[in-house]
Design a protein around this ligand. Structure first.
Ligand code: DX5
Ligand code: ZN
Length: 219
């Protein structure tokens, strides 16, 4: 069953409680984007916002770490209430960090571990980790900003990855993030996506609940 994860980056921060209530009622997961201005050319929010959302969240928190040295902050995000934490393979390459050890660290807090990749990372680079990672976050835009245009090549990337996951009989779920909307949701699910992250298409919609329903395939 497809899960919809609204990205709180596009929420109304002045009226965050209203948007948290909306996700609690209509969606499945809170997607929280953490940016450091180093791995990606933007800053977002940090622990106070995540902890505030955690206090009201009735659905799991999915923390997407777009930061260098993600292992430094895994424990704090786990303690802040994350049920899922992903980090970028690009950060591992940059820092020279062992990817498996970070997956193990996330697991040591009882949190689901995911690896995120930008659109120019060959999906084959993920194959060694498919038996250990709980999910793969396939970026369908370059990480850093909400509201970007969906990159069409994502369909074939997900298709390739899904075939490899199935071939290995691995339980790894594919999450897609960036430019996801009711217009591409069905095709993404057909290719093998299990979690759809959506920021602007939910929070900028006149009716966020209807946008979420449309992505589930309910008109
Ligand atoms: C971008 C973030 C996304 C972003 C998605 O780097 O990872 O989660 O909020 O926003 P939309 O759905 O507007 O592309
Ligand atoms: Zn994200």
């Amino acid at each position: 069953m497809i899960q919809i994860a609204p990205s709180m980056l596009s929420a109304d921060f002045l009226r965050l409680e209203k948007d948290v209530d909306m996700v609690n009622e209509y969606a499945d997961i809170f997607h929280l984007d953490i940016m450091d201005g180093v791995l990606v050319p933007n800053l977002s929010y940090g622990f106070p916002v995540v902890e505030a959302i955690a206090r009201k969240a009735g659905k799991p928190l999915d923390v997407h770490l777009m930061i260098v040295n993600p292992e430094k902050y895994v424990e704090r995000f786990a303690k802040a209430g994350a049920s899922m934490i992903s980090f970028h393979l690009e950060a591992m390459d940059r820092d020279g960090t062992d990817t498996e050890s970070v997956l193990d660290l996330v697991h040591s807090f009882g949190v689901k571990a995911g690896i995120a990749v930008n659109p120019d990372m060959p999906v084959e680079r993920l194959y060694p980790f498919l038996d250990k990672a709980d999910f793969i976050l396939v970026m369908s835009v370059f990480a850093g900003f909400g509201g970007q245009k969906f990159i069409e090549d994502t369909f074939s990337r997900i298709d390739t990855l899904k075939k490899e996951i199935d071939r290995r009989r691995a339980g790894c779920v594919i999450e897609v993030d960036g430019g996801v909307s009711p217009s591409n949701a069905a095709s993404l699910v057909r290719c093998g996506a299990g979690i759809l992250v959506a920021g602007s298409s939910v929070f900028k919609a006149s009716d966020p609940a209807a946008a979420i329903a449309a992505m589930r395939g309910i008109q």
